[in-house]
Ligand binder design. Structure first.
Ligand code: FES
Ligand SMILES: [Fe+2]
Length: 450
């Protein structure tokens, strides 16, 4: 079934998104938000979840595609599917659990039951109906396309979207590097810190590669790190003086994907990443135990507990920060959920017994740190921006840092753009991509025949 989208533009997008600035109504107009849920969140590959969250047949998690409630699952035959969590009878959600293992979902309202392929399996007292329930229209709707890239599962309603690997493009390389840092490239996505803010989802996206705000917005976090560590070169200390003169950079891959790469700040040797890890409760005992067992070799394992110094952002909702996976869930024009999933290394023949357990205990600590002490700074800014943008006559949000300065930003032969860590080039490129999506008229469809 195809869903047609009005071809009449909601706004003059070229007037609202200019070379150096964007109009406030991108963040405040409920009609823009509604259109984004179709033209952005319906039309591109959107991150839905990780294969490690549904490792076995019949495993499922509840997730979202924009505002659409979705059950992401591995069905009884092992196929990945994203079913609409929306009963075909009167519209109730059929699954109210966040995760689980189920061959079928029975709608709690009147008991219609659907297999995890999406097919309607039965309705109570069918003799009260004259219809043919074998008609596909009674099956749950589902995303026509679900693809996984090395465990990261994405879905789209847009049959014309290129394959996922093409959509990720060159951004797949830093994603590969992030995955391959873990032994055997194996990771497990764990529990989450869930934080919400009263602001538009794009405010988080605007911040995803922002190296300009760190010393100002996260002053208290930096001060706290310094209070607990005599060594002034720990944590995010490379932001301290002039971040543009540090060897880190921001890189843009097209389609709104980008990377802030802080890895060049860290010496290239085993143990260098662990050496700059800030203070965490209980850290010393785990470290001592690993050093006792492995001596110098322990550095290699301890580095895996440290936060990987990158921010990799895949448009529109997947942000990889350190060892976290952060997912943006738009709720309304001025409300967003951000979900920070921890990640763990996974035991295998290449890891000595007990190491994964110790490293993951340390990872839990390092991953608690930023959402607890840093993300709250960012969310406060997003809420305060949303308040500021209520001023109707003051129309523009500027994003021109780094523009028109010869030699500051470079583009290579593949079209990859690189600039200093504090530049807003990533913001300009993604919002212009967003504008093209808002101008387009994609053909979206759902599937009903499993
Ligand atoms: S709404 Fe689901 S059975 Fe009635
Ligand atoms: Fe921040």
């Amino acid at each position: 079934m195809n869903i047609s989208i009005s071809s009449r533009p909601l706004h003059d997008w070229d007037a609202l998104v200019q070379a150096d600035r964007a109009h406030r109504i991108l963040y405040t107009d409920p009609a823009v938000f509604q259109e984004e849920m179709t033209k952005v969140f319906g039309a591109v590959w959107v991150y839905l979840g990780h294969e490690s969250q549904i490792p076995k047949k019949d495993d499922f998690i509840a997730t979202k595609l924009g505002l659409r409630p979705v059950i992401l699952l591995r069905d009884s035959a092992g196929t990945l599917r994203a079913l609409y969590n929306r009963c075909t009878h009167r519209g109730s959600t059929v699954c109210r659990a966040a995760s689980g293992n189920a061959k079928a979902f029975q709608c709690p309202y009147h008991g219609w039951t659907f297999l995890n392929s999406g097919r309607l399996a039965g309705v109570p007292w069918p003799d009260g109906y004259a219809c043919d329930f074998k008609d596909d229209k009674f099956n749950l709707a589902q995303l026509p396309r679900v693809e996984s890239y090395r465990g990261f599962i994405f879905g789209t309603l847009n049959l014309e979207m290129p394959p996922l690997t093409e959509y990720l493009g060159e951004a797949a390389r830093p994603l590969d590097e992030w995955i391959d840092r873990n032994p055997g490239g194996r990771i497990a996505v764990c529990g989450a810190n869930r934080l919400k803010y009263k602001g538009n989802w794009k405010l988080a996206y605007d911040n995803s590669c922002d190296g300009y705000h760190v010393v100002f917005s996260h002053r208290s976090l930096l001060e706290m790190e310094n209070r607990h560590e005599k060594d002034p070169n720990k944590g995010m200390s490379y932001y301290k003086s002039k971040p543009d003169e540090a060897p880190m950079y921001c890189r843009c891959y097209g389609r709104g994907h980008h990377l802030k790469d802080k890895r060049p700040n860290v010496e290239k040797r085993a143990g260098a990443l662990w050496a700059i890890e800030g203070a965490h409760p209980g850290k010393e005992r785990y470290e001592a135990r690993l050093r006792e067992r492995f001596g110098k070799e322990a550095d290699r394992w301890l580095d895996l507990a440290s936060s990987e110094p990158i921010n990799l952002t895949i448009f529109p909702n997947l942000l990889i920060l350190g060892n976290h996976i952060q997912v943006l869930e738009p709720v309304s024009v001025d409300e967003t959920n951000t979900v920070w999933y921890g990640t763990a290394i996974v035991d295998g023949p290449d890891i000595p017994p007990g190491v994964a357990e110790d490293i993951n205990a340390l990872r839990l600590r390092t991953q608690e740190g930023f959402p607890t002490f840093g993300e709250v700074d960012d969310l406060t800014n997003f809420e305060e921006i949303q308040k500021g943008l209520a001023a109707q006559e003051d129309e523009w949000v500027y994003m021109h840092r780094g523009m028109d300065i010869p030699g500051r930003i470079t583009t290579d032969e593949r079209g990859i753009v690189t600039g200093p860590a504090t530049d807003e080039v990533f913001m300009r490129l993604y919002i212009h991509h967003w504008k093209e999506l808002m101008k387009a008229n994609p053909v979206l469809s759902v599937k009903r025949a499993p």
